[in-house]
Design a protein around this ligand. Structure first.
Ligand code: FES
Length: 123
């Protein structure tokens, strides 16, 4: 889904906002004129990155200071951790973010059936 985040005028350089879509919280930043969007909830303990301090395109999580490159989502002070990034378009002064549809969650019935299948294979 493509969702409206805000107007470009409402997101000056150095600022951020949050948009919620497809069961996700997404932080949108203006990094020196580049608009970027990443998963708002930190991979560590799901604190909001939109509240973090940004310097040189790096956001620092306000909770425990993990740092992420806003253009790639990569954690810069350790490897193997990456926040999801989302495509952004700016048209006619409006910022929009493309958010993938959430994966369908299996029903309890489906989970029980899968468990029963595994159990019968192992028996
Ligand atoms: S919640 Fe972000 S560093 Fe801990």
């Amino acid at each position: 889904v493509r969702v409206v985040a805000c107007s470009l005028a409402d997101l000056p350089p150095g600022s951020s906002t949050v948009v919620t879509a497809a069961d996700r919280s997404i932080a949108v930043f203006n990094v020196d004129g580049d608009i970027v969007a990443i998963d708002n909830l930190c991979a560590h303990r799901q604190q909001p990155l939109a509240d973090g301090v940004v310097r040189d395109g790096i956001v620092t999580c306000p909770a425990h200071l993990w740092r992420y490159d806003l253009r790639t989502g990569e954690r810069v002070d350790a490897s193997g951790v990456r926040q999801a990034c989302f495509a952004v378009t700016v048209e006619d002064g409006v910022i929009r973010v493309d958010v993938p549809e959430p994966e369908p969650r299996p029903s309890i019935r489906d989970m029980l059936l899968e468990h029963a299948r595994e159990w019968s294979r192992d028996a």
